[in-house]
Design a binder for this molecule. Structure first.
Ligand code: ADP
Ligand code: MG
Length: 263
């Protein structure tokens, strides 16, 4: 297997049992409009505990809206979204608690510019989870260690490279001990030489059994880390298959066209 993209072989993740089979995030007939635009069209998607679902598709197909809907950053018009069997609350404390269970890593790292790396990671656990400062620092340092930036803990975000900042953003998401992490094009804003250091961290998370939904154009990552690839086009899920099936035998013309342009 080609290990050049992430430094791991294809079998590293997919050789293991993919997931426990238990549904964690369930979207049932979800629809959303932006005015006239039907941006999510009857979306049915189940993400199982421990599963890595990679979402790909052309720009404007609704991938970010899908992620934002799962996190309630966007409302939906009809259908339902449940997390671990619970409906997503509309607002209030219940929503804040639920958001803590859904980590999010964005294209733009969204770190707090005037807080240190360590503070960026401890803030959520202290404010939202009411964790004691000392314990939050201990947790944060272990996570910064895990993503390889512990030695940057006292710096400000601007002093770090983009790849380092994105790894901090992943540590910050992990600090909330989420049930699932949504990644929305986490490497798209990075200089090419920094893409792999972020993908490597994501592959390691996947191997550790983290449930992940990853919107990406990194097909090497999709091949290697995904349990399932979901192809979106024009607000619809057009295909959903294991990566080898999807990349080697796409069935729809839309997927064939898309793959023809990017591969
Ligand atoms: P993707 O992430 O696949 O590129 P998006 O989910 O960002 O797609 O966007 C899907 C479509 O919805 C695009 O046509 C986009 O312009 C539109 N859109 C996204 N957010 C809004 C919004 N807040 N208001 C109106 N239109 C939006
Ligand atoms: Mg997007």
């Amino acid at each position: 297997a080609d290990s050049s993209v992430t430094g791991v072989t294809a079998d590293d993740h997919r050789g293991m049992p993919a997931h426990s089979g238990e549904p964690l995030v369930v979207l049932d007939s979800v629809n959303k409009h932006f005015g006239e635009l039907h941006v999510l069209q009857d979306i049915n998607l189940t993400v199982h505990r421990g599963e890595v679902v990679v979402v790909i598709g052309p720009s404007g197909s609704g991938k970010s809206t899908l992620c934002r809907a799962i996190n309630r950053l966007e409302s939906i018009d009809d259908g339902s979204i449940t997390l671990d069997g619970q409906a997503l609350p509309e607002e209030g404390k219940a929503l804040a608690r639920l958001r803590a269970d859904v980590g999010m890593v964005f294209q733009s790292f969204n770190l707090f510019a005037h807080k240190t790396i360590l503070e960026n990671v401890t803030l959520g656990p202290i404010k939202v989870k009411k964790m004691k400062t000392a314990k939050a620092k201990e947790l944060a340092m272990s996570l910064l260690e895990r993503v390889g930036v512990a030695n940057q803990a006292d710096k400000l975000p601007a002093q770090l490279s983009g790849g380092q900042q994105q790894r901090v953003a992943i540590a910050r998401a992990l600090a909330m001990q989420p049930k699932v992490i949504l990644f929305d094009e986490p490497t798209s804003a990075l200089d090419p030489e920094m893409v792999n250091e972020v993908l490597d961290v994501m592959v390691a998370l996947a191997k550790d059994g983290m449930t992940m939904v990853v919107v990406t154009h990194e097909m090497g990552f999709a091949r290697k880390a995904a349990d399932r690839v979901v192809f979106m086009s024009d607000g619809q899920i057009v295909e959903s298959a294991d990566p080898d099936t999807f990349f080697d035998h796409p069935t729809s013309n839309r997927a064939k066209d898309f793959l023809g342009k990017i591969l």
